[in-house]
Ligand binder design. Structure first.
Ligand code: SAM
Length: 206
């Protein structure tokens, strides 16, 4: 195994371990976030019958809003690297909103261009290879389809909550995120970073 590959496996194992230990208490810890998720999903402008993926779905907090948006004829998928997060989603009954898979967003078990949109909350800062991983998300979305990168608190508020400061190289800063998305097959169409939320919207390049 190459050093690079071994490092990647280590990174993913670390992410899985981090979220495994937090899975059971995740929903209780962030119980007030429901309206923020609903509002963010609304900005994806999904239509009845659309096919949407919640990438890094965790305990599936966005899944009820995604299902409502695409209706009974639509498809909702939730993919997460951490089996314990998926288990917690099932315990919370969110599997009725969509199909849940344990999967790495770096290698999605989906054909190219089958989705209309991807919703990803709290995911991007955990990706070991953001450019490659965002390109994989672009692969599975049709040209003109949409991406929402969301967090229920903005970058500064999140950093304060975690007792750290935003570093100048922060991936989610507008000046870094726009070119990163462009290199990965996306065109950023809007960017909001307030204490109340972080939401970057992008369109899959044609
Ligand atoms: C901060 S949590 C957010 C969970 C959920 N989206 C939410 O908003 O409550 C990040 C989630 O991304 C998942 N994740 C991290 N890297 C991933 C990857 N490469 N592929 C799939 N899921 C990943 C983690 O397992 C975790 O459940």
């Amino acid at each position: 195994m190459s050093d690079d590959h071994a490092q990647l496996r280590e990174d993913l194992a670390r992410v899985r371990e981090f979220f495994t230990s937090r899975a059971a208490g995740w929903d209780a810890k962030f119980s007030g976030d429901g309206p923020a998720y609903r509002a963010a999903v609304a900005e994806l402008a999904l239509r009845s019958g659309d096919h949407v993926l919640d990438a890094g779905c965790g305990t599936g907090r966005a899944l009820p809003a995604l299902r409502e948006a695409v209706g009974a004829q639509g498809t909702v998928l939730g993919a997460d690297l951490t089996p314990a997060m998926i288990d917690t989603a099932v315990e919370a009954g969110r599997h009725v909103c969509g199909q849940l898979l344990v999967a790495d967003v770096a290698r999605l078990p989906l054909r190219s261009e089958v989705l209309d949109a991807v919703f990803a909350a709290g995911l991007i800062s955990h990706l070991p290879r953001p450019e490659d991983n965002l390109r994989e998300l672009a692969r599975v979305v049709r040209p003109g389809g949409r991406l929402a990168l969301f967090h229920p608190v903005g970058r500064a508020a999140l950093a304060a909550r975690q007792g750290r400061q935003i570093t100048p190289d922060d991936l989610r800063a507008k000046q870094h995120l726009r070119p990163l998305l462009a290199r990965s097959g996306w065109r950023m169409t809007s960017y909001v970073d307030t204490d109340a939320r972080f939401l970057a919207l992008a369109t899959r390049q044609l």
